[in-house]
Design a protein around this ligand. Structure first.
Ligand code: A3P
Length: 336
């Protein structure tokens, strides 16, 4: 890279950082000074706060969320690491919970005209992602919300309620590949692309936003074992393998099982079709729309397959990530 290009990249990253800082309160800015930091992806730095790596505005978001949010008994939280199938799970949960209001086969179903992230907003982006306090009063009940925050970060806000959490986990190999494409797609065009090697170094070290991946996964995994009525732990690969079975599990977990009439009328099949990768990817809203006026909806739909990692990993990369998975997730009864 030419010296002048390097200088302008440094300048642009500085400007991005300034923008991040601009959106933070003084309290947050002071806090950042005391936190360990590492290089970010699309932002100059991410910071370690409450054992997770976050960019400055997400630290602002988590602090506000923890001060303000109190779960209601009827709340349903869809939790995940980025690039684990959240877009899909949000759509499925929305379709299941609202099937009496919106028939999954109706022509103007909300999922045909809106991206599932707009129907099931994230705490850290849609609701607490801005400086002004969010107005949650217009969220229809039961409130469906999403988050990439780990379990320990949301625990205080939910512990007094009977709200339900559904977590989706994905094989870290495919999760990483999906993240690599996404991270480079949403980084400012002026920002340098992260190589596979550099990205894997960071992923394996845990210094990726909302990571380390093992902290995020294990928090929900442990809770799902201890309190299976509270947390339902799903795997992307299992959903791809038998979506009908898992859709029924989700509905039962949410205390709204499909009855025999619905089964006979093909309601489950209609939900599966409505939320299928092929259907969602081809919707106008997902081809041309944007989330929060910022992220193009189309970047949330790439291949939607299990095992794509084999097309991207060298033997060195496979060895490295296998070792990390064994070290960090081995012995917890989790297999991929
Ligand atoms: P790939 O990059 O492997 O294709 P998230 O929603 O958590 O951001 O995860 C995105 C991943 O889920 C992407 O994986 C994306 O293609 C896939 N995905 C999005 N919608 C899907 C759907 N309806 N069914 C299956 N996979 C889906």
């Amino acid at each position: 890279m030419a010296a002048t290009d390097k200088q302008s990249n440094v300048q642009l990253e500085k400007e991005a950082e300034d923008e991040e800082y601009e959106n933070c309160s003084q309290e947050c800015k002071d806090l950042l000074l005391s936190l360990p930091r590492e290089k970010g992806w699309g932002v100059p730095y991410i910071y370690l706060y409450q054992d997770i790596w976050l960019r400055p505005i997400r630290i602002q978001a988590i602090s506000t969320f923890q001060k303000q949010f109190q779960a209601k008994d009827s709340d349903i939280i869809v939790a995940s690491l980025p690039k684990s199938g959240t877009t899909w799970l949000k759509a499925l949960v929305f379709a299941i919970v609202n099937r009496n209001r919106f028939s999954p086969s109706q022509k103007n179903h909300p999922l045909l005209i809106s991206n599932s992230h707009d129907l099931v907003p994230y705490f850290e982006f849609h609701l607490y992602g801005k400086r002004q306090n969010p107005d949650l009063s217009n969220l229809p009940e039961p409130r469906l919300v999403g988050t990439h925050f780990p379990f320990h970060s949301i625990l205080d806000s939910i512990s007094k309620s009977k709200c339900k959490i559904i977590y989706i986990c994905r094989n870290p190999f495919d999760n990483f590949v999906s993240l690599w494409y996404f991270g480079n797609a949403i980084a400012p065009s002026t920002s340098p692309r992260l190589s596979w090697e550099e990205a894997l170094e960071r992923y394996s070290k845990g210094t990726i936003e909302f990571g380390p991946f093992w902290t995020n996964i294990l928090g929900y995994w442990r809770e799902s074992i201890e309190k299976p009525d509270k947390v339902l732990f799903l795997k992307y690969e299992d959903l791809k393998g038998d979506i009908k079975f898992h859709l029924k599990r989700v509905a039962e977990f949410l205390n709204c099982p499909f009855d025999s009439e619905e089964e006979g009328n093909g309601v489950i099949e209609n939900i599966i079709e409505l939320c299928s990768f092929g259907k969602m990817k081809e919707l106008e809203v997902n081809k041309a729309g944007k989330i929060l006026d910022r992220y193009e909806n189309k970047v949330f739909f790439r291949k939607g397959e299990v095992g794509d990692w084999v097309n991207h990993f060298s033997p060195w990369m496979e060895k490295k990530l296998s070792k990390t998975i064994e070290e960090k997730l081995g012995g917890y009864g989790l297999s991929f």
